[in-house]
Design a protein around this ligand. Sequence first.
Ligand code: SF4
Length: 355
Amino acid sequence: MRTSRYKIQAANLPELRSMVNHMETRKYVYGPVPSRRLGQSLGIDTIPLKTCNWNCVYCQLGRSVPLTNLRKEYFPRQAILAEVRQSLNAHQVNEIDWITFVGSGEPTLHASTGWLIQQVKDITKLPVAVITNGSLLYLPEVRQELAAADAVLPSLDAGTPELYLKINRPHPEVTFQRLVNGLTAFREEYSGKLWVEVMLVSGLNDTRQALLDIAATLEKIKPDAVHINLPSRPPVEHWVQPPGEEALMQAVVILGNIAEVVHPAEGSFDLSGFDNPADAIVAIITRHPMRQVEIEKTLQRLPSERVRQLLFDLESSGKAKVVERFGVRFWSAAPSHFPDELRSIRTKPGSDRSG
Ligand code: SF4
């Protein structure tokens, strides 16, 4: 079992405060958080909430409002790097498995992604991963920037342009052809691990034909592994459901030997670097919505009355909101855009009201 000097517990809150009072509240680095694919992952979030060129129906961060395909320095790269240094100094090396560029949207939209990867590689021996939708890999400069990472984890949820539009709802500049061309070109140039994620959505890409189309596209890309994922955190659209057991088995068979289902990770959320648990929870749920039970477990050494009050205060102060999906209460960042059921249903492919 991992030990952390900074795991937040009621008994060591005062100690925590004194240990971190030299640090400012983190803005760009969070966790480590348990990752389904990367163990305990220290996240680097280089862009504002929901800055993305896709608007996936299953996104756990809400809708992309507005959709953007602009690469720029959203946050100052020196400030991000300074916070990475602080976080690494505050943790034992064995508390972190990967340093991961991921977070509030599409990380490659930050124009200094390559510079940041290189700098992080210079200050630590920990492996660096980039979780990306892969849509900008058609740009030679983005391929070159990601080349220094130890693993790149792009998405491929569709094998046809039509299904790509339905699931990923992309910015017009990032076409399906560009996605496939970019992934294929990157594979040819890149010597690190290329792990492609396929997020399965019931009724959209879990049919036999949709899976055959994805498999044919993966044949061209030749990734090292295919991670089959299921929506398990709150999908932005109400109607999104994971596939049934039979469809999942079919996916494993059709997507081939290198495909595996990745299950939701269990693990502890590290809340270090904050003066109080409320700010720490907000920092996590901005990038990684949490089930209420996960929050309660993370804060289990606080009296339950205090946890209830903390959650009440977060909601009433407008710092966080509850999103209900699959009959589960998830806590998400307050500014995230989750439509109600009626507005969501209009976006369902095949719905009378879609279009
Ligand atoms: S799932 Fe990722 S790529 Fe899709 S909209 Fe959300 S942040 Fe963007």
